[in-house]
Design a protein around this ligand. Structure first.
Ligand code: FES
Length: 222
């Protein structure tokens, strides 16, 4: 039995007029309105938890392009999903540095905990698991993302602890960013970023600046 059939999904929300207004606002930000397609697709996910055919049709209508053109973009980029993601998107980096420092083991434990496989829902439908590529966060490898917020220096146990807390509805904070909300809230931020969340947390630390300091001191000596 496929994982999608192990639980009942609710019907996606319909695209509301308020989302349509935001789509038009996004389109008005660019000299060529079709440049707004990427944030508009995030807006669709904020409303529907996935990119549905209705969402594709809405983008096409607002941008006066074809549904085929929207579909081409929505199926090219992996951040756009075509099944409901659920409450939280979980990414585990398995690229070189994270993999060498334990990312593969983290992925295996998280997959086992969720009952999920790559790019698919958990057994209860509340999470979506994805092996992700380098997030340019190698300083704190191995990294996991929850709704695209970083969890640095994870171990198999600490990663599962985060999942358990989220499943229990407990408060979870990114190790260098804001409190975890949910996938759809993050998708809204990706579409319309004016929420000041980027200023929350300690985005840069001594470990991240170490290479820069060594490079600067070497330049002064030469
Ligand atoms: S290899 Fe994982 S963040 Fe770079």
């Amino acid at each position: 039995m496929s994982q999608e059939k192990m639980f009942q999904r609710d019907e996606p929300n319909v695209i509301t007029e308020s989302t349509r207004i935001k789509m038009r606002e996004l389109a008005g930000r660019y000299p060529n309105p079709r440049s707004a397609l990427l944030p508009m697709l995030h807006l669709v996910q904020a409303e529907q938890d996935e990119v549905t055919t209705e969402g594709i049709a809405a983008c096409a209508q607002e941008l006066e392009i074809t549904q085929a053109e929207v579909t081409a973009v929505a199926t090219f980029y992996t951040m756009y999903k075509h099944s409901p993601v659920g409450k939280h998107h979980i990414g585990v980096c398995i690229n070189t540095l994270c993999g060498l420092l334990g990312g593969d083991a983290v992925y295996e434990r998280v997959a086992e905990r969720l009952g999920a496989t790559h790019n698919g829902p958990s057994a209860d439908g509340n999470f979506w698991l994805e092996r992700i590529e380098c997030q340019a966060a190698c300083t704190h490898a191995p990294v996991m993302t929850v709704d695209w917020e970083f969890m640095d220096d994870v171990t198999p146990q600490s990663a599962v602890d985060v999942i358990d807390k989220l499943a229990a509805g407990e408060e979870v904070w990114s190790t260098r960013g804001p409190m975890i909300r949910d996938f759809q809230a993050t998708e809204h931020t990706l579409a319309m970023a004016e929420d000041d969340l980027a200023t929350i947390g300690n985005c840069v630390d001594e470990k991240m600046l170490a290479g820069l300091k060594i490079a600067k001191s070497g330049a002064q000596q030469s």
